[in-house]
Design a protein around this ligand. Structure first.
Ligand code: KIV
Ligand code: NA
Length: 266
């Protein structure tokens, strides 16, 4: 199966919905890849894998290591890597240095960065230099300190207007797609209607051009999940049950059994 391309994703605006999930490891990438169009190496790995309190402490080293693993584990999906907090906001030049390192070290097809109007020049700078950029507007977790929490955005008219202009600015700057996270459904629908690039929703609207979730959330593996997550499995329960079986068999000496020990050939 040939790997999808950024232009193929762009061509999905208003068409068949884009299926996107997060992946941080090679094995998870292998399992998700046949079912997805895009895999996102999200900086949510800070909380999900590293037990950090937010995405703010996530480093470029972490994103490069996990990004390379996900590219190695996938053959079909377009892989996008989140630019971590502090690696791109200072200037378009800083963003290019960080993004080019991500591209070179991982083999990913593009990067994702958070922000609206203030980041538009950076999106244009990277896009013009061969680095496809996915935007991310609405609830932007790297701005949690400024936003005051992870609540849904766009409830007031002023916030609705601000996020809509953020989305327009990122689109006009040349983003190949954008994630819209944690916004009122009506705002998500307005963004979908107004911007030319595909809009990938998370806590947004069924009208988006695609959907993304954190894989550990939808698998029922992570301990806290936002209201917009639908869980499609109970991996935490499955793992607990399997580990309880293992612990019981070790303690009762039922494991290892005949099939798991080496003996001289008869
Ligand atoms: O880091 C992440 O997982 C994300 C998605 C939730 C869009 O940015
Ligand atoms: Na992210």
């Amino acid at each position: 199966m040939k790997r999808l391309t950024i232009p193929a994703i762009q061509g999905r605006k208003g068409g068949e919905p884009i299926v996107m999930l997060t992946a941080y490891t090679a094995r998870m990438a292998q399992l998700l890849d046949p079912h997805c169009d895009m895999l996102l190496v999200g900086d949510s790995l800070g909380q999900v894998i590293y037990g950090l309190p937010s995405t703010l402490p996530v480093t470029l080293d972490m994103m490069c290591a996990h990004g390379a693993a996900v590219v190695r584990g996938s053959y079909h999906s377009v892989v996008i890597i989140d630019m971590p907090f502090g690696s791109y906001e200072a200037s378009p030049e800083q963003a290019f240095a960080s993004a080019s390192r991500i591209m070179a070290e991982t083999g990913a097809a593009g990067v994702k960065l958070e922000g609206g109007e203030a980041m538009a020049p950076t999106v244009a700078f990277l896009s013009a230099r061969g680095i496809p950029v996915c935007g991310h507007v609405g609830l932007t977790p790297q701005a949690v300190n400024a936003l005051g929490g992870y609540g849904a955005r766009g409830r007031s008219n002023a916030e609705h207007a601000k996020i809509l202009s953020d989305a327009r600015a990122i689109d006009a700057a040349g983003a190949f797609a954008m994630v819209v996270e944690g916004v009122m459904e009506s705002l998500a629908n307005a963004i979908v209607a107004e911007v030319g690039c595909p809009v990938i929703g998370i806590g947004a609207s069924a009208e988006c051009d695609g959907q993304v979730l954190v894989t550990e959330d939808m698998l029922g593996l992570f301990e806290r999940t936002p209201r917009f997550v639908k869980t499609y499995g109970d991996m935490a329960g499955r793992i607990s049950a399997a580990v309880a079986d293992y612990a019981g068999e070790v303690r009762s000496r039922a494991f290892p059994g005949d099939a798991q020990v080496y003996r001289p050939k008869a």
